[in-house]
Design a protein around this ligand. Structure first.
Ligand SMILES: *Cc1c(COP(=O)(O)O)cnc(C)c1O
Length: 376
């Protein structure tokens, strides 16, 4: 029998998205800005509870422009989660600043507030210039913003949140994306909702929002001819893609609930397995459950994540290791940090499982039955 592959997280788009995109095209607002972009920004800002949202070409662009606008650059050191996708660290390198890696909390994989305090203490002793800290909401679980914000306040540094994976999540009832001085979110194809590719900068600071909007459109001055007094970027989200995003946003809660359903099932499936836990901890009420990952202690468990990945792969089911910590990447070999081995251990023993909202019930049953083959 020929099995169709089951992927980790595919775009969940259908007729509603078709209608929104078609209507945007027929409206004549094909390029580049337009009413759907304005509306999409307002709707996301409203959803997250922030005053300003700027639609951009990617989440990476959102982080890059926040750093540019704050004047972060060569000579600055930026503490950042090591346990993340490369994009977070790339944005810091675009501006010529030095990423300084901070290791993770064991239960969630999010930046450890204790290690952040240690990093900032060390950097203060070095008299380093530290303008901003960048934590990442891992796989859709918001960082402990209470503890992280306490540390950044104490040291007087800004907070730029990478919420690329956590749109729709909350921390103690407050939406991810509403913390810190600014937040980057992503609408990449595999994220909780997508514009095929896109992102946004969210902030309460009207000056930052206006400057980022200007920078994203080649920093054109507001005069009739093309006048430029600073270097700009071509980073604006298009009106057509914003229309796709508006359709997705109306379905965000339903898509989160679908992913949460898989999370609940995975927890049931792995419940009796010694040495196996779901990354993110026992309280996942505020998570958007973007991806479910398990962590398997090889000293306790009868099977390993490598063995599970093989069994799944034979059944045409995709799984993937969690993010390889950035301090282990060849591209980071000259960089430093405060590291205690946690992210490395989770990387060695973790596995992300199919979690998409477009996955069908039958497909999930195939995943569940395949996992059963390896369980004790
Ligand atoms: C996806 C992702 C990004 C990048 O978002 P893009 O829109 O693809 O640029 C940044 N950080 C994290 C943690 C991500 O998962």
């Amino acid at each position: 029998m020929l099995l169709t592959p089951i992927l980790l997280s595919t775009p969940d788009v259908g007729e509603l998205e078709e209608r929104y995109v078609l209507s945007a095209m027929r409206s004549g607002w094909v390029a580049p800005a337009g009413p759907d972009l304005d509306a999409f920004e307002a709707e996301v800002a409203d959803r997250v509870g922030v005053p300003h949202a700027v639609g951009l070409a990617s989440g990476t662009a959102a982080m890059h422009l926040a750093l540019v606008s704050w004047g972060v650059g060569p000579g600055d050191v930026v503490p950042v989660s090591t346990f993340t996708f490369a994009a977070t660290v790339n944005a810091i390198r675009y501006v010529g600043a030095e990423p300084f890696f901070v290791d993770a909390d064991e239960e969630t994989g999010n930046m450890s507030p204790t290690l952040l305090a240690r990093a900032l203490t060390q950097l203060r002793e070095e008299s380093a210039s530290v303008p901003v800290v960048v934590p990442v909401d891992m796989l859709g679980k918001a960082v402990d913003y209470t503890a992280i914000a306490e540390v950044t306040r104490e040291f007087g540094v800004r907070l730029l949140c990478d919420a690329a994976e956590s749109l729709g999540a909350t921390w103690q009832g407050r939406p991810a994306g509403s913390f810190g001085d600014a937040t980057a979110i992503s609408f990449n194809g595999n994220k909780i909702m997508t514009t095929s590719g896109g992102g946004m900068l969210l902030t309460a600071d009207p000056k930052l929002a206006a400057h980022v909007r200007k920078l994203s459109t080649q920093a054109r001055e507001p005069v009739a001819h093309y006048e430029h007094i600073e270097i700009g970027y071509n980073y604006r989200l298009s009106n057509i893609l914003a229309a796709l995003g508006r359709a997705q946003l109306t379905r965000l809660d339903a898509m989160i609930e679908r992913r949460r359903g898989w999370r609940v099932r995975y927890k049931e499936i792995f419940a009796g397995q010694p040495g196996v836990r779901v990354l993110g901890g026992s309280d996942d009420r505020g998570d958007n459950c973007w991806l479910t990952a398990i962590v398997v202690d090889p000293l306790v468990s009868a099977w390993t994540v490598t063995e599970l990945a093989e069994v799944l792969s034979e059944a045409q089911i995709h799984s993937r290791p969690v993010w390889k910590p950035m301090h282990l990447q060849p591209v980071s070999r000259d960089l430093r940090g405060v590291l205690d081995g946690t992210s490395e251990r989770i990387f060695d023993t973790g596995l992300t499982l199919p979690s998409g909202s477009a996955m069908t019930d039958d497909q999930f049953e195939r995943v569940a039955a395949t996992i059963q083959e390896i369980l004790v």
